[in-house]
Design a binder for this molecule. Structure first.
Ligand code: ZN
Ligand code: ZN
Length: 286
C-alpha cells in the first residue's frame, strides 16, 4: 500500500508567514488571515491526494469538501467586513458553477474569485501533476492546468549551480515551469526597452540597469534603511501594461515565493500606481 509522502510545503508556508509577520508589520493583518487559511488548505490538499476527484468533479468536490472550512476561517480570521461579503457571495450564488468558472479563467467578482481559489486551489495543487491538457499551450500559461502565472522566481538549477534559471509559478495549481529571463510573462514581449523593472535601491541587478527605476530616491546610500524587499522586484511590460513580482531565491534562501508575493503589498501598490496591472491578483486580492 502506498504511504502518503510528508509534504513540507504547508509547514514552510506557515513558518514563512509567521516570520514575515514579525518582519513586515504592514503585512501582519493579511498574513494572519492567510495563515488561518493554510490549515484549511492543507487539509483539502491531503484529502484530494487520497480522494483524487476527476477533473470534471473538482468544482463539486471543492464546494462540498473545502468551501465550508474556507468560509469558517474567513469569518474567524478575515479583515473587518469579510464575514458579510463572504456570506453574501455564498448565499447569492450557486457555488459549483462559480468554482467551475474560476477553473476556466472566467471573470468573477473579487469575493467569488477569492472563495473559488481558496477552495479549489489546494485541490488543483494536489492533482496538477496528473493533468494532461492534451494540447500545446502558450509558454506563459501553466503546462499542467493552463492557468496564468502568479509570480516568477530565479533559482539555481541542480545541473548548473552558476546560472539562476527563471521559473513561473501557476496562480491556480502552484505548478512551476521554466521561462526566459527577459520576457513578459503575459504577452511574450522580449524587447528590453519595453520591459520596466522596479526595485528598491540596493536590490537591482546589473543586467537590468538600463530599465531600472528606483523606488526610493532620497538620501545617500549609506543613510538608507535596509531594503524591505532585497530579493524582490516588479517585472512590468509597457506593451501590455501587466506586471508580476519576481523573487531571487539566492538573495533570501528562506523565501517561500507564494508567501513573500502575498506579503510584498507595497511593491504591488507601487506597480499599480505606475499604471501596471498584475497578471493575476494573488489569493488575498492584491
Ligand atoms: Zn497550473
Ligand atoms: Zn507584456
Amino acid at each position: 500500500m502506498l504511504q502518503p509522502v510528508l509534504d513540507k510545503r504547508w509547514s514552510e508556508r506557515r513558518e514563512r508567514a509567521s516570520e514575515l509577520t514579525e518582519r513586515w508589520s504592514f503585512a501582519a493583518e493579511v498574513l494572519h488571515f492567510y495563515r488561518a487559511l493554510l490549515d484549511a488548505q492543507e487539509r483539502a490538499f491531503d484529502a484530494a491526494l487520497g480522494d483524487r476527484p476527476a477533473r470534471d468533479q473538482i468544482a463539486a468536490y471543492a464546494m462540498e469538501r473545502v468551501l465550508p472550512s474556507i468560509i469558517e476561517a474567513s469569518v474567524a480570521s478575515g479583515p473587518p467586513g469579510m464575514t458579510e461579503s463572504v456570506l453574501t457571495a455564498f448565499h447569492e450564488s450557486e457555488f459549483e458553477p462559480t468554482i467551475e468558472a474560476w477553473l476556466l479563467g472566467e471573470n468573477l467578482s473579487a469575493v467569488e474569485r477569492y472563495l473559488a481559489r481558496a477552495s479549489a486551489g489546494p485541490v488543483l495543487e494536489a492533482l496538477s501533476s496528473t493533468f494532461d491538457l492534451g494540447q500545446k499551450r502558450d509558454d506563459h500559461l501553466c503546462p499542467q492546468c493552463g492557468g496564468p502565472p502568479q509570480l516568477s522566481y530565479f533559482a539555481p538549477s541542480e545541473e548548473d549551480l552558476v546560472t539562476a534559471h527563471r521559473h513561473l509559478l501557476c496562480s491556480r495549481c502552484a505548478w512551476t515551469w521554466k521561462f526566459p529571463r527577459l520576457t513578459c510573462a503575459s504577452c511574450g514581449q522580449n524587447e528590453s526597452k519595453e520591459l520596466t523593472i522596479y526595485g528598491e535601491i540596493g536590490t537591482t541587478q546589473a543586467e537590468l540597469s538600463e530599465n531600472i527605476i528606483k523606488a526610493r530616491s532620497s538620501g545617500t546610500a549609506s543613510k538608507l534603511p535596509p531594503a524591505h524587499f532585497p530579493h524582490m522586484r516588479v517585472d512590468g511590460c509597457k506593451t501590455c501594461s501587466k506586471f508580476l513580482l519576481s523573487l531571487d531565491l539566492e538573495r533570501d534562501r528562506r523565501s517561500v515565493p507564494v508567501v513573500d508575493e502575498i506579503a510584498a503589498i507595497p511593491l504591488s501598490l507601487y506597480a499599480a500606481e505606475h499604471g501596471l496591472n498584475k497578471i493575476v491578483p494573488n489569493l488575498m486580492g492584491f
